[in-house]
Structure formats: structure tokens, C-alpha cells
Design a protein around this ligand. Structure first.
Ligand code: SF4
Ligand code: SF4
Length: 314
């Protein structure tokens, strides 16, 4: 019989995972949420799934937008990733081990007064259960899936930031993966510059409310669906449309209530109008430097980025 570790990798890959990594429990502090969720955790198994590069093309070209949200967010999170997690967990249970799938719950926030741009702010639950979500990025790095990039993003050697990821906590002791030696993020700042709402500061901190407003399309120069009279009557209207306004949680909610440019996906995921410009800029930079191991025949970024004039909204 094949080693369990090898069978986990095979099963995960047969169900869509591209990268599989293993972190021993001793890479985590005893106070870590993984031990609140499952105190007997011996190994954390990380699964990363590429987001197809072609799915970003519509937003990169400014032509079609729904593919990113439906195929790269909704279907990945609600179909592909859970299927791989469940198949691995079923196989491990058949072998007599426990394996707890851990998928990010988009509507549970661990920080008070924060938000998640991928869902509506008023759908977010901030309660007692919030404290038991594991730190997904930290676990991904500990599983050896990639390194932490400037804006708290997972950068993989194969696909750069174009991945989504999830985990299983198990009581099986499995040999560990090496953690990646950071070599991708060179602090070039392309992610900071690319955000249409200046949501990322120079240190890489992402303001979640600023991100939510611009993820949802408040920058009219990067939004083909915004009508010329959008946000009528709002203070700082043109500054908001130009991506130059700073928001607070209160002003962000006010703006978000007025943004509806494109229907949400069926599982209530907000439509991404920014199209993760931060990830696309980072990917283009890493590809240009020849650092990504998954190669394509043509470059991702084919021309200067397009934009409309803020004058069109006067
Ligand atoms: S765009 Fe540059 S600074 Fe930002 S995460 Fe990527 S490599 Fe790092
Ligand atoms: S580019 Fe989009 S996803 Fe990235 S920080 Fe800006 S608004 Fe958020």
C-alpha cells in the first residue's frame, strides 16, 4: 500500500489541487486557533489551487467581468476546493484518522469592525465564533505553499498570487514540507501602485474598507459599467470616482450602498470590478522577472493598462 502522505497528494491533485504541503503541529504556537479547533492536530495539510490565468483576461481587457467572480472565487470556494478537501478527508477517515477540512468562511471576520470585499459588508458575522478561524496565510506559509508577499498575499513559485487555498487538520503524523525560502517579493511596489483605490499603503497594509469600496468598483476610471451620474449628491464624489478619497467604515458603508454595477454571483459573492488589480500587477511583475515556474507562451500583460477619464463623470 502506498504511503498515506503520497495518497493524500494523489487524491488532492486528482480533485483539482495544484500544490500540497504539510506542516507539523510544532510549527504553530500552542495558542494558535488550530489547537482550539482540533487539539489533537499533528499535521496541517495545505492545498493550493491555481486561479486560471485566462479567467483574469476579461477584466485585464475591460471586456467581460463575471468570469473572475463566478469561476475564480465562487466556484473555487464552493465547489472545487471543498470537493478536494472532502475527498482527502474521506480517504483519511477510511484509514482511521481524523481530518477536519478548514475552508475560509467568507462571512466570518476575526477582527471587529473589519470587512471582506468579497461579500456584502452587512452579511458579515462578527461574533464569538470569529475567534476560532485559523490564520490562513500563516498556515499556508508554514505548509510550504509559498511566501508572504508585501500586501499579505501568498506568493507561490508556480503561479505567483493567482491561487486560492484551504487546509485539513489531522491527527495523522506526516512528514513535513520545507518552508519556502522567500525570494519572490522584491518590494517593487507594483501592487501598491495598481490598486484603483489606494487601499494598500507603502508597508503593504491593506485597509479593508478602502479595499471593499474599490473592489466593488467605486473608481469610475477603471469601471466600464459606472454611469456618468454615479454617486450623485455625494460629498467628495469626484475624489471617490478618481480613487483619491479616504474612507472610514461609515463612509465606506454609505458608498457601498450606492454601488451596484454588476450582479453578484449566486452564492452572494460581490462582483469584483477591480479584478484584483493588486494580484494582476504582482503576477505581471513576477512573470516579467522570469521567477514563476509555470510558463506560458505569451506574457500576461499585453499592453498598457486601460482607463477612462475622471472628466467623463463631471
Ligand atoms: S507586486 Fe512587488 S511588492 Fe507587491 S507583493 Fe508582488 S513582488 Fe511584492
Ligand atoms: S486592487 Fe482590488 S483587491 Fe487589491 S487592494 Fe485594491 S481594491 Fe482591494
Amino acid at each position: 500500500m502506498k504511503e498515506l502522505r503520497e495518497r493524500i497528494i494523489e487524491t488532492a491533485k486528482a480533485h483539482g489541487a495544484d500544490l500540497v504541503g504539510f506542516a507539523p503541529a510544532d510549527r504553530f504556537d500552542r495558542a494558535d486557533a488550530i489547537f482550539k479547533i482540533f487539539p489533537q492536530t499533528k499535521t496541517v495539510i495545505g492545498l493550493a489551487f491555481r486561479v486560471l490565468r485566462g479567467i483574469y483576461r476579461g477584466i485585464e481587457e475591460g471586456s467581460t467581468y463575471y468570469q473572475y467572480t463566478t469561476m475564480a472565487v465562487e466556484n473555487m470556494e464552493e465547489t472545487i476546493m471543498p470537493m478536494a478537501q472532502l475527498r482527502v478527508a474521506m480517504m483519511m477517515e477510511a484509514e482511521g484518522f481524523l481530518a477536519l477540512p478548514q475552508k475560509r468562511h467568507q462571512q466570518i471576520m476575526s477582527e471587529e469592525n473589519s470587512t471582506n470585499p468579497e461579500v456584502a459588508y452587512d452579511a458579515i458575522y462578527r461574533g464569538r465564533e470569529a475567534e476560532v478561524q485559523m490564520d490562513f496565510l500563516d498556515a499556508a506559509v508554514k505548509c510550504g505553499l509559498g511566501e508572504r508577499g508585501l500586501y499579505n498575499v501568498l506568493l507561490t513559485e508556480e503561479f505567483g498570487p493567482m491561487v486560492r487555498y484551504c487546509f485539513l487538520l489531522t491527527d495523522a503524523e506526516l512528514s513535513s514540507s520545507e518552508m519556502a525560502a522567500p525570494h519572490l517579493c522584491d518590494h517593487c511596489g507594483a501592487c501598491v501602485k495598481a490598486c484603483p483605490g489606494h487601499a494598500i499603503d507603502e508597508e503593504g497594509h491593506v485597509d479593508p474598507w478602502q479595499c471593499a469600496v474599490y473592489y466593488n468598483g467605486a473608481n469610475g476610471t477603471k469601471n466600464p459599467f459606472m454611469p456618468p451620474d454615479a454617486l450623485a449628491g455625494m460629498e467628495d464624489r469626484l475624489k471617490i470616482i478618481a480613487g483619491e478619497a479616504r474612507v472610514t467604515p461609515e463612509t465606506a458603508k454609505n458608498i457601498l450602498d450606492k454601488l451596484y454595477f454588476y450582479p453578484p454571483a449566486q452564492h452572494a459573492y460581490q462582483c469584483s470590478i477591480c479584478g484584483r488589480a493588486c494580484d494582476r500587477a504582482c503576477y505581471a511583475h513576477l512573470e516579467e522577472k522570469g521567477l514563476l515556474t509555470k510558463k506560458f507562451r505569451t506574457p500576461f500583460r499585453k499592453r498598457e493598462e486601460w482607463s477612462f477619464a475622471v472628466e467623463d463623470f463631471r
